[in-house]
Design a protein around this ligand. Structure first.
Ligand code: ZN
Length: 69
């Protein structure tokens, strides 16, 4: 659970991820399969680095915590 708002840090540019989106689509029950991009978010106080993923075409978005939190 992130305690920070997006505005309390800075994002890098989006970059492509090799693996396609693995979120299960409710309608079909199958993995989404759309291309995924990731960007890094660093808190202004330097305490946290998190990663935001987005699925281009499927509309999925999720966060992964960095190892420093
Ligand atoms: Zn997706």
């Amino acid at each position: 659970m992130r305690q920070y708002s997006d505005l309390e840090g800075d994002f890098t540019a989006w970059t492509a991820v090799p693996e396609p989106c693995s979120k299960i689509v409710v309608v079909s029950g199958l993995p989404c399969g759309h291309p995924v991009e990731v960007r890094e978010w660093d808190s202004h106080d330097g305490a946290y680095t998190d990663y935001q993923f987005r699925c281009v075409g499927g509309g999925h978005r999720w966060w992964v915590d960095g190892s420093d939190s």
